[in-house]
Design a protein around this ligand. Structure first.
Ligand code: OOG
Ligand code: NI
Length: 462
């Protein structure tokens, strides 16, 4: 009898649900956030605005209720490599390279996520995963201490490692093993209120960079936030404030538009949590740490290289005029500047398509009396083909830096200028990271080929 394996999509969906359940019990405000977003999404989907979003029917809307991303930070190449193997069993592949040193954060990162549209539609769970760049700790003694601390810890249970090896060997996991795999892997992301370093070392690491202390001081890479996807982030932000959640002052990313692009994000600030630190005398000393928060995001169309360059250029222009203050004192002025500068970014789907600024999925329309080999413009003009924006599935380094910063406090802006290295990251991971632009371009061209094929079969001479 052949073994029947659970599909990676099913394992990922189960893992994502288990993670969400754990985080709700660890950080109750996250549960409140999920409720807010669920309500707002239901409202948007039954309103006229749903039409404007131009979603691909079935593909884009089904997944929304279960859609979220998480973020973790690991300390060593070995930890990253093992995570890559674990995520691969859940159908999550490394996509994109993010250099956070440009924002004075001493990590570089990738996003583990499903790649194919069908897999994203089934469950789009993704995890933004950062690797500490230990070499950015300036004090040599402290760096060595951090290195030794990280070297000693084991972030995966023995059973998680066994099941990973088994899945790799056999090509999958059966029903029972997959449940156990999910439960064992979840342990890696659990919060530990007992630190594994003494209070003095914690303070020294904190002084070097708050994020370094967060990564090095604990037994594992606790999930530091989970982010449900909202269809109206301004409404969600207002609801967060109304619910007394400590919302971040500004929404990161592009301004509110008719045609949403890329990613807009906001968060509630990290909770101040009591932590027990082991002391020399064998006792425990109570201290504090802020690590875990909640975030929401609104996703829009993926941009082409050209679109992304325009976005980056406009955002840089905004930021050269005004930097959002952490305390919210200039929020209104910031939003005004953002809106004003971004009027130069076209805001109809047709313009975004014509000017090659965003990626689209082509969908067969009603008119089949058109030459299947005609130009894209002809196919669109005749209604033989319709446009649906391809949702951006990735992240934005400047926004990510803003999220990091909001939880570290403005005072934590250090100057880590060391050059990043994608190659170093891929060496640590043990495999290359996919290029997100290639993935979107492939989806777009495959959808056009599908439409032409469809027309060839249904072509009627008028
Ligand atoms: C990751 C921050 C990046 C996002 O949504 O851009 C991120 C972190 O704080 O570890 O999750
Ligand atoms: Ni996030």
């Amino acid at each position: 009898m052949t073994n029947t394996f659970k599909s990676p999509n099913e394992i990922r969906a189960e893992f994502s649900a288990a993670m969400s359940k754990m985080y709700k019990s660890e950080v109750p405000a996250y549960g409140a956030l999920v409720d807010i977003v669920t309500q707002i999404n239901a409202d948007v989907l039954t309103s006229e605005n749903a039409q404007k979003l131009n979603f691909t029917p079935g593909e884009d809307t089904q997944r929304i209720t279960q859609e979220r991303h998480g973020a973790i930070r690991v300390g060593t190449a070995a930890e990253l490599k093992m995570l890559g193997r674990v995520f691969s069993i859940m159908g999550m592949m490394p996509v994109g390279y993010y250099d956070l040193s440009v924002a004075s954060v001493p990590v570089h990162a990738t996003a583990f996520r499903p790649i194919a549209r069908e897999d994203l539609a089934e469950n789009p769970f993704r995890v933004f995963t950062s690797l500490l760049r230990l070499e950015l700790i300036e004090d040599e003694e402290l760096r060595e201490k951090a290195r030794l601390t990280l070297q000693k810890r084991r972030i995966f249970t023995d059973r998680a490692v066994e099941l990973t090896e088994q899945a790799e060997r056999d090509g999958g996991l059966n029903n029972m093993d997959s449940h156990q795999f999910v439960a064992e892997v979840l342990e890696t992301f659990r919060w530990h209120s007992k630190a594994c370093i003494d209070p003095e070392t914690f303070e020294a690491l904190n002084a070097s960079h708050r994020l370094i202390a967060d990564i090095v001081s604990f037994k594992g890479p606790h999930i530091n936030h989970l982010t449900p996807r909202t269809l109206d982030i301004d409404a969600a932000q207002a609801a967060m404030v109304a619910a007394n959640l400590p919302a971040k002052a500004i929404v990161e990313g592009p301004p509110r538009r008719d045609c949403p692009i890329l990613l807009r994000q906001t968060a509630f600030k990290a909770l101040d949590e009591a932590v027990e630190f082991p002391t020399d005398g064998g006792g425990w000393a109570t201290g504090h740490h802020t690590a875990r928060f909640g975030e929401i995001e609104q996703r829009g169309a993926a941009l082409t290289q050209k679109g992304r360059e325009l976005y980056d250029q406009l955002l840089a222009e905004v930021r050269s005029q005004i930097l959002p203050a952490g305390d919210g004192s200039n929020t209104e002025a910031y939003v005004q500047t953002l809106q004003a500068v971004f009027t130069r970014f076209p805001d109809t789907w047709e313009q975004l398509h014509e000017q090659g600024l965003a990626f689209f999925k082509y969908i067969p329309g009603d008119n089949a009396s058109v030459d299947p080999e005609g130009s894209v413009e002809e196919l669109l003009a005749s209604g033989a083909v319709l446009l649906s924006p391809i949702i951006y599935e990735d992240f934005l380094p400047v926004s990510a830096a803003g999220i990091f910063q909001s939880n570290l406090g403005d005072e934590a802006r250090h100057d880590h200028q060391a050059a990043s290295s994608r190659t170093h990251f891929e060496d640590a991971l043990g495999k290359p990271v996919a290029d997100e632009f290639d993935l979107y371009a492939t989806t777009q061209s495959a959808s056009l080929a599908f439409c032409r094929d469809h027309l060839r079969h249904h072509h009627k001479v008028a």
